[in-house]
Design a protein around this ligand. Structure first.
Ligand code: SF4
Length: 278
């Protein structure tokens, strides 16, 4: 068994039909993160599945690890400032992994017609605004790049994007309209500094909680292993266009248990690299 991530069949529940008659394997996944161990029950189809089906599991593990960090912060007298209706961070450049980009496309395609149309209009407006600010071409190059962009390279781009103060296309009345399916990066940002500081994070020393399991990076590693190429950074407003351009890869399928094992391998890889860097 791996030191960082383990998957054990749950007693008496190792196989069985689901409501839609898919055969599934039921497991309990335990991951030892720097914040402590987290465990999640998992149902993985034994047949062939797209990479998007593994996204909720990793998000769940990431959220549980984040909850441990949050608990520690509260126990040491810190306050989490993030609240519903406070959406300063929804003007930041949100990076998506390829599996999350495909997942976002699925989310949009499942919306009722009027909501989908309004969402697509907001995405088009965001792209128009990025084009007017001479940022659209650069962001498209980053999404399609054959190399991974460094944090140092992304820093000025992140700043320029935030300076636009452009709301995320999924922000409606200062609330996330896809909250249950929002990207990992949105789930992982929690601050303990005053909320108003987030309106100007360049000037203010915003304090963010540590992220023990960076799920978009894990998903990026997984996708790179599955189809080759770098750990991809896809800016959120371009995710739908990117998914359409790479629709063939989005149709690929892997055996559920194999995909889960590959995903847990990347969790382990991320955690071991993180520990090494510590
Ligand atoms: S997806 Fe939701 S939480 Fe993330 S930036 Fe957009 S509105 Fe905010």
């Amino acid at each position: 068994m791996r030191a960082g991530a383990e998957a054990e069949p749950r007693e008496g529940q190792d196989q069985g039909p689901t409501a839609n008659a898919r055969s599934v394997e039921r497991l309990e996944v335990t991951v030892n993160t720097p914040a402590g161990p987290v465990t999640a029950p998992v149902e993985v189809p034994t047949g062939f599945i797209p990479v998007t089906e593994i996204v909720p599991l990793l998000r769940r593990l990431g959220e549980q690890a984040q909850a441990l960090v949050e608990r520690t912060a509260l126990a040491t007298g810190q306050t989490i400032s993030c609240r519903k209706g406070c959406a300063a961070c929804c003007r930041m450049l949100i990076p998506l992994s390829a599996p999350e980009a495909y997942r976002l496309k699925d989310t949009i395609s499942q919306m009722p017609e009027d909501r989908r149309k309004a969402t697509l209009d907001r995405i088009a407006q965001a792209q128009h605004r990025l084009n007017a600010a001479a940022m659209l071409t650069r962001l498209s190059e980053i999404a399609e790049s054959e190399r991974q962009w460094s944090d140092a390279e992304m820093e000025p781009i992140n700043r320029a994007y935030f300076a636009l103060q452009m709301p995320c296309p999924f922000l409606v009345d200062e609330t996330c309209s896809i909250y249950e399916d929002r990207p990992a990066a949105c789930r992982e940002l929690q601050v303990t500094s005053p909320a108003e500081w987030c309106r100007d994070p360049v000037t203010n020393p915003v304090r963010a909680l540590p992220v023990p399991l960076r799920v978009s990076t894990v998903l990026g590693l997984l996708w790179s292993t599955l189809v080759g190429g770098p750990i991809r950074f896809i800016p959120l407003p371009l995710a739908l266009a990117w998914s359409d351009r790479h629709a063939d890869d989005g149709l690929r399928r892997w055996k559920g248990p194999d995909l889960l094992e590959k995903a847990l391998d990347q969790v382990w890889r991320f955690l071991s690299q993180n520990r090494t860097e510590d």
